[in-house]
Design a protein around this ligand. Structure first.
Ligand SMILES: [Zn+2]
Length: 328
């Protein structure tokens, strides 16, 4: 694949200085020396990105008829739904990057009025064949009124887009004042990614960054910073672990490949340990928009104050830096 235009500056803070931390084939991963965001300095072009996300390129073809993959997607959707239901009343929901619609189906079953948007036209078709309300395209193609949604979800999406601030800002515009944005994204500063980076050069492989699909690599610090820049106020982060089967392959694969087995034996314990010490290899994030900057009208001071009342915060177990949020 050829390269698209090189990022001339950090996609989040616009600083120009960055240091290379990994090179895989032609893909160069750098860390911004100002805000610490890790990003692909030479991402695919917009057209190439579109073509990556299609059945022709093999993306998510397993969701057509592979029962184990479909079951795994449905299970992940149920897990996410349970987390949201524990903290949020049902209402209108938008799932960005909804793929074949497992989470939309779970949201509808739970009582939400859910719709989705999906760049991959093939998985969007699969979702519509299930009777789900799905737009093919990006969040820019969702033409709903501002503040239309009580919840917006992005499961492993924000690391795939060239302009995460634009994406998060669009979500903030579509979200109701009391709504919450929920997202997941890998954590570049997790224990497993950082430990495996130290041996990556000698084994010639670092599986964490997944270029050219992942254009950004966030950490708790940089996703929080990006959300603040996009107009979100409260940000709650829960450190988690990517399913071991995704990171290391099946037990059967390990047993037929001694190198894979050794790699898993060395690093699977760190992947499990990471979330327990606040350094998981993926993060669940909930964020609430900042209150609208409505002009203060003294005659209506009381109603202005009402707008800025703090909605309940989702309870995510966040030992360490974030402290404990109010229990609902
Ligand atoms: Zn930066």
């Amino acid at each position: 694949m050829s390269q698209g235009p090189t990022f001339l500056s950090c996609p989040v803070c616009q600083a120009h200085a960055a240091e290379e931390i990994w090179l895989e084939e032609q893909w160069q991963l750098v860390r911004c020396t100002d805000c610490s965001l890790v990003y692909l300095s030479n991402p695919p072009s917009e057209e190439e990105l579109k073509s990556l996300y299609s059945f022709e390129s093999g993306f998510h073809t397993q969701l057509v008829d592979d029962a184990a993959s479909i079951e795994a997607a449905d299970q992940a959707a149920q897990d996410h739904m349970s987390m949201i239901l524990a903290t949020t009343a049902t209402g209108s929901l938008l799932d960005v990057g909804c793929s074949a619609g497992s989470f939309l189906a779970a949201a509808n079953s739970a009582g939400f009025s859910a719709q989705g948007v999906e760049l991959n036209p093939d998985t969007a078709d699969l979702a519509r064949a299930r009777g789900l309300n799905v737009t093919t395209g990006t969040l820019s193609d969702v033409h709903e009124a501002a503040h239309s949604f009580d919840a917006i979800t992005m499961w492993d999406i924000v690391e795939h887009v060239p302009d995460p601030i634009a994406l998060l800002s669009q979500a903030r515009e579509l979200l109701s004042e009391d709504g919450w944005l929920w997202l997941t994204t890998p954590n570049i500063d997790g224990l497993f990614p950082q430990a495996s980076l130290r041996v990556a050069s000698s084994v010639g492989k670092w599986p964490h960054p997944e270029p050219p699909y992942h254009l950004m690599q966030f950490s708790e610090q940089t996703i929080t910073d990006a959300l603040h820049r996009a107009g979100f106020e409260q940000v709650v982060v829960k450190q988690q672990s990517i399913p071991l089967g995704y990171s290391f392959g099946s037990l059967q694969k390990m047993l037929t490949d001694p190198r894979r087995l050794v790699y898993a034996a060395a690093f699977a314990p760190l992947a499990v340990l990471g979330p327990l010490i606040g350094r998981g290899d993926t993060m669940l994030v909930a964020a609430k928009p900042s209150p609208s900057q409505a002009p203060i009208d003294l005659r209506q001071e009381e109603s202005v104050t009402d707008l800025t009342e703090t909605a309940p915060t989702p309870l995510l177990e966040t030992p360490g830096t974030l402290g404990r949020s109010p229990q609902l």
